[in-house]
Design a protein around this ligand. Structure first.
Ligand code: TXA
Ligand code: MG
Length: 392
């Protein structure tokens, strides 16, 4: 009894000294013009308050080791200088992230990538068509890590490569360009939670743990970037995301036509190419039951069977619908629609899981979609969130 009291007291004291005020600053994203070319260097910003907020956030990143949360087109990121080990460690601490899961480094221009990360070396040719087509945008590439690189080892944690992406969100790209710091940035959720797609989601998970959240509204893509490895032969897709497999095959040139898709799940003791694959991920508090992609049986039928066969008495049950189910099919369930196109399902997926938690739903039934185009990334996230999958 005494021990428990002491341990509670010490965690209370720790919280007392580590918690801080978290400010949310709303930005006018439309006032920022950043040319959509990976060669563009700086934005032009017409709203003085937006410019001021970005300068202040840059100042925090340049003069402290605290991370700042900011919107990207995929999900909100929690960023700090990729060149400072202390700064990178503060990201892991704020999120409670396992220390062996490497971080993506975000850059604002090809010029910055060459100056700060590649130290003048060239980007391997295999990436040229992908960069021309998808940067800035939701595509992360693996680059060889030079022994003289200034990127903190806390960022790459033993990998022979560094993962890099150029985000296509005016706020993210401007913050990186104004601070002239490549930013290590994982998704800005508490580890294991669904990724955040609004500033409120970030605040919910990280309030008191970070000083500043830049609010640029809801993210348009809604799932994280696609991670590809062009250094292996054949090249590999390590994590499906905002750029689809079909797009990579179509626009990547000859070599990417043979791209291999990495396995979605790996055992904890296995060495995996993308270490993030082995962790519990995207989990709301409620138990997720995924109804697999539609084939001969309707999802409605499968959900009805599930409700009849399981003992769900006294449980609050929710339903996240997607392409085929009408919102009022099961009036007794707390139903939310993710949208009627794969792109909308991708955009609203994480917010949908979080909204179910807010409503106190204990079992979340989810209507899956086919694993093509946006569907590959959506189903990858849902499989990791789900404790049960029912093939339909
Ligand atoms: O869209 C995104 O990518 C978002 C936004 C904020 O940019 N970021 C994001 O970061 O999703 P995070 O940390 O949640 O996921 C990074 C993924 C993990 O699966 C990690 O294992 C993998 O990228 N990764 C990072 N560096 C790697 C490397 N050198 N080799 C292989 N995988 C790597
Ligand atoms: Mg993440």
């Amino acid at each position: 009894m005494r021990l428990i009291l002491i341990s509670n007291f010490s965690s209370f004291m720790k919280r007392l000294f580590t918690s801080m005020n978290t400010s949310i600053v709303r930005l006018k994203t439309a006032s920022i013009q950043f040319e959509k070319s990976p060669r563009a260097l700086q934005p032009s910003i017409s709203d003085p308050e937006t410019l001021e907020a970005l300068k202040q956030a840059s100042h925090v990143l340049q003069t402290t080791h605290q991370p700042v949360a900011f919107p990207t087109e995929t999900v909100y990121g929690l960023g700090a200088s990729a060149l400072s080990t202390e700064s990178v460690k503060s990201i892991y601490a704020a999120k409670n992230r396992p220390a062996d899961n490497p971080l993506i480094v975000h850059v604002s221009s090809l010029d910055q990538l060459k100056r700060k990360i590649l130290k003048g070396k060239e980007i391997p040719d295999i990436y040229t068509p992908l960069i021309d087509k998808f940067w800035p945008g939701p595509l992360t590439i693996l680059l060889p890590l030079d022994s003289e690189s200034d990127v903190s080892p806390a960022c790459t944690v033993g990998q022979p490569t560094v993962a890099v992406r150029m985000p296509d969100h005016a706020v993210a790209r401007s913050l990186i360009a104004l601070s002239d710091l490549p930013l290590a940035a994982p998704s800005a959720n508490a580890s294991t939670r669904p990724s955040p797609t609004t500033a409120d989601h970030v605040y919910h998970d990280l309030q008191g743990r970070i000083p500043l959240i830049l609010d640029g509204g809801a993210c348009s893509v809604g799932v994280e970037s696609t991670v590809v490895d062009g250094l292996s032969d054949p090249p590999m897709l390590l994590r499906p995301g905002g750029v689809s497999l079909e797009q990579i095959r179509e626009f990547g040139g000859e070599k990417w036509k043979n791209v291999l898709v990495g396995r979605a799940n790996a055992q904890t003791d296995e060495v995996v190419r993308t270490p993030g694959m082995k962790y519990k991920h995207y989990s709301p508090t409620g138990k997720v039951v995924l109804f697999g992609p539609v084939s001969d049986k309707s999802v409605e039928e499968a959900v009805r069977e599930y409700l009849e066969s399981e003992d769900l008495k006294d449980k609050k049950i929710g339903l996240l619908t997607s392409l085929t189910m009408a919102k009022d099919t099961f009036p007794e369930l707390h139903t939310l629609s993710m949208g009627a196109t794969p792109a909308l399902v991708s955009r609203n997926l994480f917010a949908g899981l979080r909204d179910m938690d807010i409503a106190g739903v204990e079992v979340i039934l989810v209507e899956g979609i086919r694993e093509e185009d946006e569907g590959l990334a959506v189903m990858n996230r849902l499989r990791k969130a789900a404790s049960e999958e029912i093939a339909v």
